[in-house]
Design a protein around this ligand. Structure first.
Ligand code: C5P
Length: 222
């Protein structure tokens, strides 16, 4: 793809985990490092795209030329994402968004209650990428990720259809040498009428290949 084609393309990427508060000192989260999303942002910016990276709490430096918006909770990520999405050509949801949040966050640090068990009531968070894909106006080309430990391609295909995505990046996270927290990853890209497997390689290199493929699909549909 010609580089000047990317110069007027706006891409929004979500990355990292979200943190769902239990009380002022505790939270529920996951092991996402944010590396894949940050690598995608770096690759897209290097190709000349205007990149906004909406990041959960991660220990990563902002790639050169990328505009970064830091958020903590899924609700905050949802609000930032919906605001950015309508001004984007491409939206890539790479964040490991918590499916649930605590129904009532305690205002004070919770105390241990004798010997009894503690029950936390959880309510569902909004599905960010499905909300972006459901936009009726200014809907961006929407790309999701599916991190699975089994039936990877089947679950990814289901997700592509259910969330009405244009493309999904299927990622087997059952292997400890690739995926979460690793510097390497392997994925299969799936879209309505095609797919492409990308072999295990450093996340930075893989990110380039993914961005190239996203741009090729985006261009063929726009
Ligand atoms: O359903 P699942 O969480 O496996 O779907 C993963 C995809 O959906 C990823 O692209 C992730 O960023 C996105 N997602 C989201 N909002 C949620 C849950 C997942 O955007 N609440």
């Amino acid at each position: 793809l010609a580089e000047q084609k990317l110069n007027n393309i706006k891409i929004t990427i979500t990355a990292g985990p979200t943190r769902e508060a239990i009380d002022p000192v505790r939270y529920i989260s996951n092991h996402s490092s944010g590396k894949m999303g940050f690598a995608l942002a770096k690759a897209a910016a290097a190709l000349g795209a205007e990149v906004t990276l909406i990041s959960g709490p991660v220990q990563l430096a902002t790639p050169a030329g990328v505009k970064r918006l830091d958020v903590t909770s899924a609700q905050q990520m949802y609000e930032a994402a919906m605001a950015q999405a309508v001004n984007s050509d491409i939206f890539i949801g790479c964040a490991a968004v918590a499916d649930y949040r605590v129904a009532e966050v305690a205002n004070e640090k919770m105390k241990k209650q004798g010997d009894s068990a503690l029950e936390l009531k959880l309510v569902q968070n909004p599905d960010i990428i499905a909300s972006v894909a459901a936009l009726s106006h200014n809907r961006p080309f929407t790309v999701g990720f599916a991190a699975e430990t089994q039936h990877v391609l089947q679950y990814a295909k289901d997700k592509l259809a259910r969330k009405k995505l244009d493309m999904i990046c299927a990622n087997d996270v059952s292997k400890s040498d690739i995926g979460f927290n690793s510097d390497h990853n392997a994925v299969t890209l799936l879209w309505q009428d095609g797919e492409q497997a990308l072999a295990a390689q450093p996340k930075e290199q893989l990110a380039n290949a993914i961005v190239q493929q996203i741009l090729a699909r985006f261009s063929s549909e726009n």
